[in-house]
Design a binder for this molecule. Structure first.
Ligand code: FAD
Length: 141
């Protein structure tokens, strides 16, 4: 089983209807493909973790990469794992606001243009994984 994390920049600010539509389709497809994960959206940028069977993951990531709703994808983690971090979710989601992110992520500056994409802020997959797990736990609470 593999885990993959990437950051990307939305090509336009997505409204609630667009996010709901994106998530509904992603969840249906992930369920069918046995994938789980979590998606964060903040200040027009995405951070997503996906985990599951290698082939299903590669096929889905290819579709995601081709999606014109975002650009500048930066792969932060591509690792073989033995356990899922998000076993219950076909795709967890949080629309994070700037203040909240500033509390969770030391060094975060709300004025930063693309915070979840900023290479100085999220330097590797482990930092991204910790952040995504933190938001997943907050949601469950
Ligand atoms: P189609 O539905 O045929 O669409 C083709 C292209 O049209 C897309 O690439 C996109 O550029 C555009 N498009 C499609 N729908 C819309 C829309 N409502 N508004 C504007 N443009 C649109 N898919 C998953 O299966 N699992 C995921 O976990 C997942 N996560 C995603 C995370 C992000 C941040 C984004 C932006 C997309 C995600 N998707 C996910 C959606 C994925 O990128 C594909 O759009 C989807 O899987 C359908 O693929 P398709 O080839 O059938 O595309």
């Amino acid at each position: 089983m593999k885990r993959l994390i990437y950051g990307s920049q939305a090509t336009a600010d997505l409204g609630p209807d667009q996010l709901i539509d994106l998530l509904a389709k992603a969840r249906a497809s992930n369920e069918q493909n046995g994938l789980s994960g979590m998606l964060l959206y903040c200040s027009q940028s995405f951070l997503q973790v996906l985990e599951g069977d290698e082939d299903a993951l590669a096929e889905t990531y290819q579709r995601i990469r081709a999606d014109r709703r975002h650009t500048n994808l930066r792969l932060l983690l591509d690792a073989e794992v033995s356990q899922r971090l998000f076993p219950d979710w076909s795709m967890g989601f949080d629309h994070v606001d700037d203040d909240e992110l500033a509390e969770e992520l030391p060094g975060y500056t709300p004025a930063t243009l693309y915070p979840l994409m900023n290479p100085d802020l999220i330097t590797n997959g482990k930092v991204a994984e910790t952040l995504l797990t933190l938001y997943a736990k907050n949601k469950v609470r």
